[in-house]
Design a protein around this ligand. Sequence first.
Ligand SMILES: Cc1ncc(COP(=O)(O)O)c(C=O)c1O
Length: 463
Amino acid sequence: MNRYQQLANDIKQQIENNTWRAGEKIPSVRMSSRNYSVSAATVLQAYQLLESEGWLTAKPQSGYFVTAVIERGTQAVAPDIRLAYNDELCEFLHSNMEARTSFGSPLPDPQLYPFETLTRHLASAGRKMSSQSIIQDMPPGNESLRRLIAQRYLSQGVKVLAEDIVITSGAMEALNLSLQVSTQAEDSIVIESPAFYGAIQAAKRHNLSVKEVAMDPMNGLCLSELEKCFSEGVKACWLMPNFHNPTGVTLDDETKQSIVELANRYQVTLIEDDVYSELYFGEQKPKPLKYWDEEDRVLMCGSFSKSLCPGYRIGWVVNRSLSAKVQKQQLISTLSGSSPIQQGIAHYLQFESYDSHLRKLRRELSTRQQLLVDKLKVTLPESCQIHAPQGGYFVWLEFDKGFDTFPLFEQLKKEGISVGYGSLFSTQQQHKHCLRLNVSFECIGDVDAAICRLAELVAQRHE
Ligand SMILES: Cc1ncc(COP(=O)(O)O)c(C=O)c1O
């Protein structure tokens, strides 16, 4: 590779990792010549190459500027090679952060959350804190917050005490700690298929092998398959019985009870991911598996990320007998969650009506889902099945089996739109014809246009 090509590659990398952003002016030819100890001609050649590939735009008398992602030529985009799962997942998560319209994002529209009210409570809690109190909330976490969370479960008939709860950094830490205390490297665990990619990634990180049990958007979890896996000796089972991510399925009470009975019979630990249950559109909040858990076999993981404050990173895990182990693992990994944030949320829960925020949030999410689904129905081919659940903010699309949504993701990404392509949700390839869309956004402007563009590309690829 010539020196100018090398230099062009370096600059490409700097643009890709956002050292230089779209619209920013990069150093002049003279300055780069000095910085990189190469001739001005070499720098100029590198800049011209980047210009021809669409990374830079030359402006007469002004210099070279980074081109917006959307205007970059196809050469500027990484070639179509599938990366190892965790790298692929990181790329996907990045694509959500960079997108203008983020149907792929796991995060709800932040405008739906009481950001200013929470900031006020954070400040009020801050005024009551002392230098001593901010170092007191080590595991299991802030006591008021744990009591307030326990009270919410009790009001639903789920027997939870404050002392059963460990506050974590989001549900993701709660789920990872649960996996850590219930398994050892090389154990087998059960996950759903499709599954939340966080479960696949966590299993890989802890060096566990996974067995996938079908989670059908129409028929729910296959209990006979689950029992077969349990009978083959798995240590833990990671499930999302309410508003499953990505399919949206909520299991009925009978099935939930049967799962707990099976886990008791085969002595399998249940890791329950219950982060969406506050977002129900119906009359009643669906019950967690924990409701039927007489043997303390369920580690129930929750979070405020989806219901109150995305980004505050406060979650929890509920279990009595494993609580000490969870706390120990937390102490030796992240130490604890942030104390001021825990106190701020506790303050909000004490002095505001969380329920009235939730009622408004659910109403808005339901309306937004309806509008986006209506739009999808009139734009997508009739053969596409749209699974729109009675809660949460995802819809799951199933196209014809031969369809692969990964190239669709790649094309849309170039245009500033992200989508959750199907192969992310399994260790195998059986869901590659599916797509997860975040429908928490208002169907106007860019969002509306992005649905039309998605439908246009689907139609082209279906031909
Ligand atoms: C199913 C599921 N579980 C867990 C999490 C992680 O939640 P938190 O942001 O509280 O860590 C997410 C976030 O996207 C999720 O979708």
